[in-house]
Ligand binder design. Structure first.
Ligand code: AGP
Length: 374
């Protein structure tokens, strides 16, 4: 049942639409909230004997490739905030190319849907040789990464067949957010923040269901963009990762050039690309970066950019809709969970662009689901 397409035409489409359920499974049995003496905490069985060591580590390093790297990028701010430990990110192949330093007092997390990606696995062997505590964050029980790490968290998203990773991405973000909550659970000063995040996690599947209602709107947008050569995606803060991941989806399945850009870097080069032809997707949902993103929008608009703006429903009324090609309104959730919501319209856009452009959705040319060679 889990691996047939059911009422859907493609696995990618099915996997996008089943995210309320896959996220529910990721969360199942792991949140303790309301009532009990241990109210508002997180239970990650595979980590409980290692949390003290993780809290004592000098640094946490998250390693992955492609979408799995982007999921770690999306979670870095909350990991840093709740743990107080410096968090660095590594693309597995780049760490190996550089033979970058890994220390005995590092906690190194390996993020991989398949648990078999050669680059990530090689980086794991390298970190083991260097004596670090190795944590696996995978979707595949019994995979090489799950077996070789000292401890870990299964994301429990269910099997993902489409080459483009969708539901694993959102489950990875949720699993790593729970990891941040578990590491920070001994801090009294962050108790209220942790409680809001846990409440946000409880509501997240229903908010994702709401975001999926944008399907037709994103199909319409895909019709508008069908013949474009390129699409830029601007994001920052929690949603820099959303920009990279949205662009990765568009390029890998719709075979359209797309680039995720850190909005704070706009003036350092990308601004030169802006004209009245190039479509630009700007993620401007409500968080501490919102006013900075509003000024980015103004600057892009002043240069006649063709803007598609994603904003929180609450801000839609104050957006001057007539100025933009489209305004995409998404439900507002706790800032660190917003990337889970914001990627949904971009996944839908990539899916519809691919179908409309007549490309293979589930098996894009030249790509494999699991990259087991270097
Ligand atoms: C995602 O859509 C890609 N197909 C790809 O970037 C993938 O995320 C990457 O190859 C890593 O795979 P893994 O999560 O199985 O390690």
């Amino acid at each position: 049942e889990q691996i047939n397409k059911g009422k859907y035409e493609h696995y990618m489409q099915k996997e996008i639409h089943e995210q309320p359920e896959s996220l529910t499974t990721t969360l199942r049995g792991r949140l303790i909230h309301g009532g009990s003496s241990k109210a508002n905490s997180v239970l990650l069985g595979g980590l409980k004997d290692h949390l003290k060591t993780i809290r004592r580590s000098r640094r946490m390093v998250f390693i992955g490739c492609g979408t799995s790297y982007n999921a770690a990028l999306a979670t870095r701010p909350i990991l840093e905030e709740l743990s107080g430990i410096p968090v660095t990110l590594e693309i597995a192949s780049d760490l190996l190319d550089r033979q970058g330093p890994i220390y005995r007092d590092d906690t190194v997390a390996f993020v991989s849907q398949s648990g078999e990606t050669a680059d990530t696995l090689n980086a794991l062997n390298y970190a083991l040789e260097n004596g670090a505590l190795c944590v696996g964050i995978t979707n595949t029980v019994g995979s090489a990464i799950a077996r070789k790490t000292h401890c870990g968290v299964h994301i429990n998203a269910g099997s993902e067949i489409g080459v483009a990773s969708t539901k694993a991405y959102t489950s990875q973000i949720v699993a790593m957010t729970m990891l941040a909550l578990a590491i920070g659970s001994d801090s009294i000063s962050s108790e209220a923040r942790r409680e809001s995040i846990i409440n946000g996690l409880v509501d997240l599947p229903s908010k994702v269901r709401e975001a999926l209602k944008l399907d037709n709107e994103m199909k319409d947008l895909a019709k508008l963009l069908i013949a474009e050569q390129s699409l830029l995606v601007f994001g920052r803060g929690y949603n820099y990762a959303t920009a990279l991941e949205g662009a990765l989806k568009v390029k890998e399945v719709a075979l359209m050039h797309s680039e995720g850009i850190l909005a704070g870097e706009m003036k350092h080069g990308p601004l030169a690309l802006v004209d009245e032809n190039l479509p630009i997707f700007v993620i401007a949902t409500h968080d501490s970066c919102f006013s900075k993103q509003q000024s980015v929008i103004q600057q892009l608009h002043a240069r006649k950019g063709r803007l598609i703006v994603m904003c929180s429903k609450e801000d839609a009324a104050s957006m001057n809709v007539g100025k933009y090609v489209r305004v995409i309104e998404v439900p507002h959730v706790e800032d660190c969970l917003q990337p889970v919501i914001n990627i949904i319209p971009l996944q839908l856009l990539a899916y519809h662009l691919t179908v409309l452009r007549g490309h293979n959705v589930d098996q894009p040319r030249n790509l494999a689901k699991s990259v087991t060679t270097e």
